[in-house]
Design a protein around this ligand. Structure first.
Ligand SMILES: Cc1cc2nc3c(=O)[nH]c(=O)nc-3n(C[C@H](O)[C@H](O)[C@H](O)COP(=O)(O)OP(=O)(O)OC[C@H]3O[C@@H](n4cnc5c(N)ncnc54)[C@H](O)[C@@H]3O)c2cc1C
Length: 511
């Protein structure tokens, strides 16, 4: 959406904004509002720690998170220099696919400079660094340990505040009676569990229609210490889902030199609950690499599981009657299947849109009706690529998807096959995966050219330190005589910027 910005003096009498929820969507929205409103109050149900710390309200923080290119670039606009702050705090900059062993849907992807990267860190660290930046803004105040329970209606279809109750251990139920917090603009960023539909119903508004696309998967995550003396020419491992095989494995380096490892399993099989089951599930992935790595690593805590991650779009943009000065953003508006890691991109892009439209409109009054629609417009390509790319085909005879969907899936699988040898095709596949190009890019000349190629898939990971290539190169006498611990004697291959494959290993050499 093209919006021509007018110059508006910052915080010029636009009043007080309230943001409900202080996870990434709330923090980004608060930053966007702080440049326009006089004051912003971020209301958070949890107690907020200084620095990284576990929170009940963000249970997904235990699972592997990475900040994709688009989300990182957007955050830089809101908080200049945030990438450096994150890296200084311990986040790891991963070039995609250069720093990864990445098993795509049709085989291992070459490693090359595609201009894509993610920042990998524990989610608590990510939120803490962004929160600290916001805390430094004198216009922003955090009200933690407060639960928003309703909206205050104003005249002529407006919202003019929220009702919130504070945590109070002495009160029966653990909360004090709700009190009014007046506001000129209210943003709900309270995540998947948002109660906005009920709050609106209490004020006489219709509930939004919902589109739900089940993921049919559960995620299990744990932290590991790499084996002593671990040396590798890669930093992370992605074993992606392929067609109907929804299983997926991720290994990301995070602060403190640890590995965050997530396994996605279909709901038809029980998700791993302990480390032995994690090894078992990792062995069932399309390549044994992750199992081999975990077998020599040390678990650093329990295995956490996460189900109920269906993609869910609450269609607020379709409601004809809508209260002005109220907006729903982030997961509360549309929560995406975590397999693509788009949630934080959506949160940040939504905040940037809010900032642009407020600035262009010049007042916080009379803008949310259009803002809802603009948010939906912004979401649509991410939603389409996220849900379509994941729709399993099922057996050919039972594939009841519309022709358009089937053609899309066929083009995608051709592109995935070409991506195993052609960096151009691999870059396009990754851009589609990250929602950086719309699904229509599959009809472009690059995709069509790639579809004509049928390269033989590489069956060994592109690494000289791991996989069959490395095994053959191990010295006869180990340097460190410890069973199950890497010797570190293999010289890491320098990461360059051109595509590099090891010579193909003989098939019989794999395991
Ligand atoms: C397993 C998993 C893995 C993921 N991995 C990635 C990834 O790698 N990359 C990525 O970009 N995205 C990922 N996501 C998505 C990402 O976690 C979310 O999109 C992101 O946290 C933004 O969500 P949010 O701020 O809208 O809501 P949430 O993160 O759910 O936060 C909501 C906040 O609101 C507070 N709150 C709730 N109700 C109230 C109330 N009534 N009053 C006051 N406060 C309230 C909560 O305590 C919480 O702090 C993943 C999600 C899952 C489930």
């Amino acid at each position: 959406m093209k919006v021509h910005a007018r110059v508006v003096p910052e915080g010029a009498g636009h009043g007080h904004a309230v943001v409900i929820g202080s996870s990434l969507a709330g923090l980004a929205a608060a930053r966007a509002l702080a440049g326009f409103m006089d004051r912003v109050t971020v209301i958070e149900r949890d107690w907020l720690p200084r620095g990284p710390g576990r929170r009940r309200g963000v249970p997904q923080a235990r699972h592997t998170h990475s900040l994709p290119t688009a989300a990182h670039q957007g955050l830089e606009q809101l908080f200049p220099g945030i990438g450096e702050d994150l890296v200084r705090a311990g986040a790891v900059h991963l070039r995609v696919p250069e720093d990864l062993l990445l098993l795509g849907p049709a085989g291992w992807l070459p490693r090359f400079d595609a201009g894509l990267s993610v920042l990998s860190a524990g989610r608590d660290l990510l939120d803490a660094v962004v929160r600290d930046r916001l805390r430094a803004d004198p216009r922003v105040r955090f009200l933690h340990d407060h639960d928003v329970v309703g909206l205050r209606p104003g005249p002529q279809d407006t919202v003019t505040g929220v009702y919130a109750r504070g945590r109070d251990r002495r009160s029966p139920g653990g909360w004090s009676p709700a009190r009014l917090i007046p506001a000129d603009f209210v943003v709900d960023a309270s995540g998947r569990g948002s109660r906005a539909p009920q709050w609106l119903a209490e004020l006489g508004y219709e509930p939004p229609a919902e589109t739900v696309v089940p993921t049919g998967t559960t995620r299990a995550t744990s932290l590991y210490a790499p084996p002593v003396g671990h040396v590798a020419d890669w930093q992370g491992v992605w074993l992606m889902a392929a067609g109907d095989d929804l299983r997926q494995g991720l290994l990301h380096p995070v602060e403190g030199g640890r590995w965050s490892v997530s396994l996605t399993t279909p709901d038809t099989t029980p998700a791993p609950a302990d480390h032995e089951q994690v090894l078992h599930a990792a062995a069932a992935l399309r390549d044994p690499l992750l199992r081999d790595l975990l077998a020599t690593a040390t678990p650093l805590g329990p295995v956490y599981r996460c189900a109920g991650t269906d993609s869910r779009w609450r269609h607020y943009e379709r409601l004809r009657r809508w209260p002005d000065q109220f907006l729903v953003v982030g997961d509360a508006f549309a929560a995406l299947d975590p397999a693509h890691g788009d949630g934080m991109t959506l949160a940040v892009q939504g905040a940037l849109l809010l900032q642009r439209m407020l600035t262009a409109h010049g007042t916080a009054v009379g803008v949310t009706y259009r803002l809802r629609r603009a948010l939906a417009h912004q979401l649509a390509p991410l939603w389409r690529s996220g849900t379509r790319l994941r729709t399993p085909a099922g057996p050919a005879s039972e594939d009841r998807r519309p022709l358009r969907e089937r053609l899309h899936a066929r083009r995608l699988s051709r592109l995935a096959a070409a991506a195993t040898a052609d960096p151009d095709a691999a870059a396009l596949l990754l851009r589609l995966h990250h929602g950086l190009v719309p699904p229509g890019a599959l009809l472009g000349p690059r995709a069509l050219r790639a579809a004509l190629r049928r390269p033989a898939p590489q069956d060994a990971p592109p690494s000289l330190t791991h996989g069959p290539q490395a095994r053959r190169r191990r010295p006869v006498v180990p340097v460190a005589p410890v069973i199950g611990v890497a010797t570190g004697s293999v010289r890491p291959r320098p990461t360059g910027s051109s595509a590099h494959w090891p010579t193909t290993a003989p098939a019989g050499d794999r395991r």
